[in-house]
Design a protein around this ligand. Sequence first.
Ligand code: PEP
Ligand code: MN
Length: 338
Amino acid sequence: MLIVMELTATPDQIHHVVRQVENRGYTAKKIPGGERVSIGVLNNKGAVEKALFMGLSGVKEVIPVTRAYKQVSREFQPEDTVITVGDAVFADGHFPIIAGPCAIESVEQALTIAQAVRAAGAVLFRGGAYKPRTSPYSFQGMGLDGLKILAKVREKTGLAVTTEVMDLETFDAVEEHADILQIGTRNMQNFSLLKRAGKARKPIMLKRGMAATIDEWLMAAEYILAGGNTQVILCERGVRTFVNHSRNTLDISAIPVVQKESHLPIIIDPSHAAGRRDQVLQLSRAAAAAEANGIMVEVHHDPDNAASDGAQSLYPEQFEILCRQVRAVFCSYEHTGA
Ligand code: PEP
Ligand code: MN
């Protein structure tokens, strides 16, 4: 339930409503809006009696939140959540491009790619240090050494960095080194990891589970917000379908649906959706046309010898074309918002 205060509500009136909510045994969460303050009522087991709060002074209206997810819903927070990390702004009419290799392989590899993607227009660098691989015999990532390389990339290029956090054991180290922590598709419903992410002091990029509905995905995000971390960026990276012409099927319709249901930004990962580089440019343009809040693209200077996901990694020259075209698409329409 959401208690919307009058524009003219005084701090005392707001405080009084918060006290009344807490006296009933619920949690009150103040949501500062553009103009007026709202108070979310959380931790209620059953329905909350609207009349309890309707008559309090300074209260404009009391709105039931009908969705199972509360804090991530637009009913709860009508304004977009805008997340700023380094030069990247997610939402508010921006279209940040994140790029880098699937995995960090060496200092030289990371710096070569980071410099190329930065020159082309990327504002954030990606690179896996802990890799969730289907086979236990495949390259598992450089671990802590990979994190240190990411920190070096930030130092040398000024780009903020994002990398995947796979488990609780390595969470602290990833949180220390990365600017955005990625939770991968295979871990979208790893509830211990989500709870820990709720305590993190860095933004979380939550990828959609490869067979997750949008409701399940938003409920996973709810875990992070419920834990206290409101900085969540959703990432659609393709879902499993019957087709074999691409690795996954990019669900473009997730963009308008998520933006209607939630105030959180949503970006697209065309690389893991396609699984092959000859579709990445088209899917990236589509993401911009559908008003996503950014994209994350895999790029490698030597994809034939990449330790992972070489087939879907763009050459730096292709990435440069992508940046130009995507910007052109993005700038070609009026941004309507959700
Ligand atoms: C990745 O971004 O490198 C990755 C493993 O992605 P996903 O979790 O979407 O497969
Ligand atoms: Mn990859």
